[in-house]
Structure formats: structure tokens, C-alpha cells
Ligand binder design. Structure first.
Ligand code: HEM
Length: 500
């Protein structure tokens, strides 16, 4: 009798689940895709991070640029078509992030990156001014001062081939700490700002990635067997202590700054956040979380991009020479090598190189949202509420029907105005676009230009690693299976003098 009731209840439950998901099953008839196995869906193909991007590419080739599948019990749409990407990124019903971002809440805190609406909308509106044009202009001295130190660090790396990843992580973390948190780093120090802190950020970043791709780690039972759980907890706590101390320092020892007295610092991120507490828009937890998130958002994306630009220029010396010629032409008529905002406006070829790097190696290869209501796409299909939508930026940036049959090859000419003519505005979206794009995109481009221009003026980079041997690994920010080592050569300091 009990068995009879139990089977009946299970059957009813199952029918209820199927019924509540009928909108997703209907979608199968409109958008095809690999359905995978019962229960796991396509999850088994996404177990190894190094296979994810190629798995998506394969399915896009089989089923079209937008396909539908299941990740365990979650229905999801993978979008590689610029028009559908635009539909999603500009829809007010697709502003919330996918459930996989909950790993970021745990590691970095509930800030801009993962907050749901309407909280996100309020925070974004209040924090946008921290990245306004005037604020960025005020950050130029910090960018220049840190590049000066980096140039000195490179003097010590001339003898052997080096992996520059850690050097750049240290560099961008120092910049992020000063430009967003107002941290004071000794101006003479060329040494590591804090090895310990950097490894904490690295540890939390790696663990967040593991949690994004292994959501079961959120459950205590599985978490118990996770070998990184103690180091993750410790690293998170050290980062929080660092952020809390900075906030305390700003409020207790530099109170005049929180009252907007000093023009230079007035609008930097931390002061803006503190002013929002005074105005009653933020509580202390908001300040801490947002400060934490902004440093996470700023440092690894930018450091990876810098390493990849130098790596690609080392692999393609003909393009490196062109960047060098361009910066030489700007600095041959100047007395110092300080990069000003107006200098960066003249670096047209460098712009093309930066864009092309972010095209072939999209720094954030995938972003994911979820629908809060039905959304009508431009192809007429209506996607239901509760659908997870992944935008496959990496493969979209390499589509041959958009970028030509050599789309996989690094060639800055792809960004010549004549070659951009007629391309869909969402065919290239390293910072995404639309309602919830990257808040720091101008900051990132400016600091990248200052850094690369100064480095190329002083050094030449080479490598024996070949472009075709790069193997990309899906991560929150893209990684390489093997990072090429670079050799740094000092440039002849007289070249500029001869040209004057
Ligand atoms: C090359 C460098 C960078 C790249 C490629 C990049 C890329 C991105 C992308 C693709 C997103 C959207 C993520 C999503 O929709 O899930 C994003 C969001 C974000 N980025 Fe960046 N980013 C870079 C640098 C920065 C910098 C320098 C900062 C801060 C100073 C920053 C702060 C943020 C924040 C806070 C968000 C969340 C914005 C929101 O949801 O309102 N990023 N970034």
C-alpha cells in the first residue's frame, strides 16, 4: 500500500516537473541542439575546462550559431550569433547573471558583478561616476609611476626566458589597489607589493573558478572532501582583512577625504562608496563587498590581457615593429616618456593590436545570464523565463563568416576601419555591450595603452613558442594550457635621440 502511494506521488511529482518545464521542451522544436544524456544533459562534455570552448564550437558547427541544451537539470541556450547576443545583452529581462555566478558571491562578495536587479541597477548608477573621464585622467600619474617601476623590474629579467604572468599580476594588483582603493604604495618600491596578498587573490580566483564549473562544491557534504577548502577560507579572510583595513584607514585617519576635500581622490571608487554610506544609499557591507569585487574585476583581466598582447607581439615581430614605430613617432618630439591622455589618442595602431588580441583571445570567453521574463529574439523565437543563456564570446570572435577564412590568426589589420565596415556591432564584445557591460572598460584600455607603449619603447620581446601551439582553457578569464616564455631585449636607447 505504502509503495503504491509512494510510486503515485513520485509519478505526480514527475508530471508536475515536466509540466512546469513545458516552455523549455517547446523550445527544443524551435532551436536545435545536443540534448545529451538524461539527467546530466551536456554536462559530461563540460567536465574538463580545456574542452569547453572546443565543445561549444563543435556544437555550433553542427546545430547553428545558437543552440539549446541542458546542463544537468538546467536548460541553457548557447549564443554565438552577434544579433542574438545583442537581443540578450540589451534586454531588460536578461540583466541578472546565471546561477553559476553564485561562486563569485562566495569568493568576492555580493557586488556589481553578481547582484540581481533591482539592487544591481541602483549600485551601478551610483558607482558609474567612479569611472568617469575626469577620474580616469587623474589616474594617469599612477599608471605612469607603476610602469616606471615595471621597466626597472624588467632590467633584472634580461638574461633568460621568463613567464611574465606573475610580474603582471603583481603590477595590475598594485595599480588596482591604488586607483580604486586609494592604497598608498611607496613610490620608491620596485619590489613586490605583497607576495602574500597576491597569492591570496590567486587562490580565491582559482577556487571561484572551480566552484563555477563544479557547482556541487557549494554543498557542505561535497565541500567537506574539497582539498582546497581551508586555503580558500584563509585566503578569503586575508583579503577581507586587507580591504577592511583600507576602509578603516580612509574613515578614521583620512576623514577629510571622505568629505570630498581633495580633488584628485574625490571620486575614486572607495571614496565614492564611502560617500554613499553617508548619504544613506550603502551600508558598510555594501562598501566592503563592492570594494572587494572591484579589485577582483580589475586586476586579473588586465594582467592577462597585458601578458597576451606582449606574447602575440613577440610571436609576430612585424606587428611589434609597427607598434614601436608608432610610439617612437609620438615620443621623438617629446622631452619625457610620460604617457598623457592625448598621447594615447594618437596610438591608433596600438589600439588595433589591443583589439585584435582581445578578439583572438577574448579575456572573458563566456558570460552567462538568465531570463527573468519571456524574451522575443530578433529571429522571432520567444525564449521562456528561467532560461540560462551563455554568450560564447570566444567562438563568436573567431567566426569565419564574420572575420574571414583566417579568423583564427592574429592580424591587427582586422581592425582597419575598412575591414570593420559592415560588421555587426556585437561581433566584437570583449567587455560585452548593452545594459550590463564592464564598468571598467575605459580604465582597462587606458592603463593597457600606457603600459604597452612604455614597454615597447624600452624593450623588444621575442619567443620561440609558435602561435599554432597555443591551447586555450575556459576559465572566468581565459587561460593557456602552456604559457609561452618570453625573452626581453633592451632597445637601443639612442634610437629616439637619433630621430629627434
Ligand atoms: C581587459 C580588461 C577587462 C576585460 C576584458 C573585462 C571584461 C568584462 C566583461 C566581459 C564583463 C561582463 C561580465 C558578465 O556579463 O558576466 C565585465 C564586468 C565587470 N568588470 Fe570588467 N573587464 C576588464 C577590466 C576591468 C577593470 C579594469 C575593472 C575595474 C576597474 C572591471 C570591473 C568590472 C566589474 C565591476 C564588472 C561587473 C559590472 C556589472 O555587472 O555592472 N573590469 N568585465
Amino acid at each position: 500500500m505504502i509503495l503504491y502511494y509512494l510510486t503515485g506521488t513520485l509519478l505526480l511529482l514527475w508530471i508536475h516537473v515536466l509540466w512546469s518545464r513545458r516552455a523549455f521542451y517547446k523550445l527544443i522544436w524551435k532551436i536545435s541542439g545536443p540534448l545529451g544524456y538524461p539527467i546530466v544533459g551536456m554536462a559530461h562534455r563540460l567536465m574538463r575546462r580545456e574542452d569547453i570552448l572546443s565543445a561549444f564550437k563543435e556544437e555550433e558547427q553542427k546545430f547553428g550559431q545558437t543552440f539549446f541544451s541542458w546542463l544537468g537539470p538546467y536548460p541553457f541556450l548557447v549564443v554565438g550569433d552577434p544579433q542574438i547576443a545583442q537581443d540578450i545583452l540589451t534586454s531588460p529581462h536578461c540583466v541578472n547573471k546565471s546561477f553559476i555566478y553564485s561562486a563569485l558571491d562566495d569568493g568576492a562578495g555580493r557586488g556589481l558583478f553578481s547582484l540581481p536587479n533591482p539592487k544591481w541597477n541602483l549600485h551601478r548608477r551610483l558607482l558609474n561616476p567612479a569611472f568617469g573621464h575626469k577620474v580616469l585622467l587623474n589616474l594617469m600619474p599612477i599608471f605612469n609611476q607603476e610602469v616606471n617601476k615595471l621597466i626597472k623590474t624588467f632590467e633584472m629579467l634580461l638574461t633568460e626566458e621568463v613567464d611574465l604572468t606573475k610580474v603582471f599580476q603583481n603590477f595590475t594588483l598594485k595599480i588596482a589597489a591604488q586607483t580604486t582603493m586609494g592604497d598608498k604604495i611607496p613610490s620608491d618600491g620596485i619590489n613586490n607589493f605583497s607576495e602574500g596578498l597576491l597569492s591570496c587573490y590567486k587562490c580565491v580566483q582559482d577556487c571561484m573558478t572551480q566552484m563555477c564549473f563544479s557547482p556541487w562544491l557549494h554543498f557542505k557534504a561535497f565541500n567537506y572532501f574539497w582539498k582546497n577548502k581551508d586555503s580558500y577560507k584563509e585566503a578569503k579572510s586575508q583579503i577581507r582583512t586587507y580591504i577592511r583595513n583600507l576602509i578603516k584607514q580612509k574613515t578614521m585617519y583620512e576623514p577629510e577625504l571622505s568629505e570630498n576635500k581633495r580633488a584628485l581622490d574625490q571620486n575614486i571608487f572607495i571614496h565614492r562608496a564611502l560617500n554613499l554610506v553617508q548619504k544613506g544609499h550603502f551600508d558598510w557591507q555594501n562598501v566592503e563587498d563592492e570594494c572587494n569585487v572591484i579589485v577582483f574585476g580589475a586586476f586579473e583581466t588586465t594582467s592577462n590581457t597585458l601578458v597576451y598582447i606582449l606574447m602575440l607581439l613577440a610571436m609576430f615581430p612585424q606587428y611589434q615593429d609597427k607598434v614601436f614605430d608608432e610610439v617612437c613617432s609620438i615620443y621623438s618630439s617629446k622631452d619625457d616618456n610620460e604617457v598623457t591622455y592625448s598621447d594615447t589618442q594618437q596610438m591608433i595602431y596600438l589600439d588595433m593590436v589591443i583589439n585584435e588580441t582581445m578578439r583572438v583571445m577574448a579575456p572573458v570567453p563566456l558570460v552567462a545570464r538568465q531570463t527573468e521574463q519571456e524574451v522575443r529574439l530578433s529571429n522571432g523565437v520567444i525564449i521562456p523565463k528561467g532560461l540560462q543563456v551563455a554568450i560564447d564570446i570566444f567562438n563568436m570572435h573567431r567566426r569565419t563568416d564574420i572575420w574571414g577564412h583566417e579568423a583564427h590568426i592574429f592580424n591587427p589589420d582586422n581592425f582597419l576601419p575598412s575591414n570593420l565596415d559592415g560588421k555587426h556591432p556585437y561581433a566584437f564584445i570583449p567587455f560585452t555591450k548593452g545594459i550590463r557591460n564592464c564598468i571598467g572598460w575605459r580604465y582597462a584600455l587606458l592603463s593597457t595603452k600606457v603600459t604597452i607603449a612604455r614597454l615597447i619603447l624600452n624593450y623588444r620581446f621575442s619567443t620561440t613558442f609558435e602561435y599554432q601551439n597555443l591551447h586555450f582553457v575556459e576559465d572566468i578569464t581565459i587561460k593557456l594550457k602552456e604559457t609561452p616564455l618570453l625573452r626581453i631585449h633592451e632597445r637601443n636607447k639612442n634610437i629616439l635621440k637619433y630621430e629627434k
